[in-house]
Design a protein around this ligand. Structure first.
Ligand code: DI6
Ligand code: FE
Length: 398
């Protein structure tokens, strides 16, 4: 693979203290997909030389929680909700996740792939280089596996790094008599071992909520994941304090996501287990939630905070990570620096990716150049900018 030398950049990244700062260097040498050196006056005769002309160079953004693969849309449900019908009511009446499951099951792989690619490209256009994609709109073996395969193909066709998460425990399958316990048996005994054996996912997720699965069912899924050596994450405390975060911490979860209703007493558990708090302000916005996540307490206990789109057809149809970073500032009170760390270094931690999310020697060369006044411009202005150059694993893709 080629060697690249980027000259004259203003480089900004989170540092090891989790602060998003400008580095005291202008040049980056990339060899074999990795950042080999960061410094001033770097020289390499054999490298492809790129003059950044003082543009900013930032780590590629990481969208660490998406449901990018799905069929259909939920525009009608959106209209119902605008008339005051709640998400829970729609879900109980067979809409919500179940309607997307029916639409997803009905699509063949090629159609599912082309619809997913459209959304992946939207994310990528804004400087995203890594995307986590969950299954969970199949809820039967064939469709769950098809979703995971589509996610893999998105990576092959776009250059994006894709992390896959098995979310079989997203909802009870529609049009089936199966009980929640029986369905969890299937998830734990059939699906998780299969997914692990064939390396179809990097982690396992559960929707722990009144409209999802209860704490005991969630724990069964976490135990099965652990037995199969898969990391866990959880959709927890989105609509109520169900104690999913504390349980996730017990299983050393990579992340707990949503967490508007997270109780302060559970936050030290997250700090101890190294679990990342993932904010999903798009879902908060679309559901017109008013309960704010406990940002000050997360800061107090130094729990890393990440931000993601939660891109999904029901509660967060928003394929723009930078818009979600803006929302995390405006709606949740994050600083712009916290937001930038939240879509880079902390998002990498939420996926267990040790070599991504920072511009740092030895890290993967996933980065973009931006023609902006300062990095905070990206969070300040909605739909304001696109990168002018982009590398993923050292390969120039823009
Ligand atoms: N929480 C969410 O935000 C998405 N899934 C979940 O467990 C919503 C999924 C949907 O409504 O389709
Ligand atoms: Fe989600």
């Amino acid at each position: 693979m080629s060697t690249t030398l980027i000259k004259n950049a203003r480089i900004a990244s989170s540092n090891d203290n989790h602060e998003f700062v400008q580095l005291d260097a202008t040049d980056i040498l990339v060899v074999n997909g990795k950042i080999q050196a960061i410094g001033n006056d770097l020289v390499c005769e054999t490298a492809v030389r790129v003059d950044a002309h003082e543009q900013w160079c930032l780590p590629g953004f990481i969208d660490c929680h998406t449901h990018l693969v799905y069929g259909g849309n939920r525009a009608q449900e959106f209209s119902l909700r605008l008339k005051g019908v709640s998400y829970e009511t729609i879900s109980k009446q067979g809409g919500g996740i179940k309607s997307t499951v029916r639409a997803t099951r009905a699509l063949n792989e090629a159609t599912l792939l082309s619809q997913t690619l459209r959304r992946a490209k939207r994310l990528a256009e804004e400087g995203v280089t890594t995307v986590e994609i969950k299954s969970g709109y199949g809820l039967d073996k064939d469709t769950e596996l098809r979703m995971l395969d589509v996610a893999l193909k998105v990576g092959e066709l776009t250059n994006l790094n894709i992390q896959r998460t098995f979310l079989g425990a997203h909802a009870l399958p529609p049009d089936s008599e199966v009980s929640a316990e029986e369905y969890i048996d299937f998830v734990c005994q059939t699906m998780i071992p299969y997914v692990a054996e064939h390396q179809l996912a990097d982690a396992v997720d559960v929707f722990c909520e009144k409209v999802g699965f209860n704490l005991a069912q969630t724990e069964r899924v976490f135990m099965a994941a652990k037995q199969s050596n898969l990391k866990v994450k959880g959709h927890v405390e989105q609509l109520s304090d169900s104690k999913g975060a504390a349980l996730a911490a017990k299983y050393n979860a990579l992340s707990v996501d949503h967490i508007e209703y997270l109780a302060e007493e559970d936050i030290p558990l997250l700090a101890d287990s190294g679990t990342v708090a993932v904010l999903l302000p798009g879902a908060f916005y679309y559901l017109k939630e008013t309960q704010l996540p406990p940002i000050d307490a997360l800061r107090k206990y130094n729990v890393p905070i990440a931000i993601s789109t939660d891109m999904n057809p029901g509660t967060s149809p928003i394929a723009s990570l930078l818009t979600c970073a803006n929302m995390a500032c405006v709606l949740f009170g994050l600083t712009t620096a916290e937001a930038l760390t939240g879509i880079t270094a902390h998002a990498a931690l939420a996926l267990g990716l040790k070599n991504k999310g920072q511009i740092k020697t030895g890290y993967d060369a996933d980065m973009c150049l931006w023609d902006i006044e300062s990095p905070e411009s990206l969070v300040y202005e909605i739909n304001g900018y696109r990168p002018t150059a982009k590398w993923i694993g050292g390969k120039r893709v823009l």
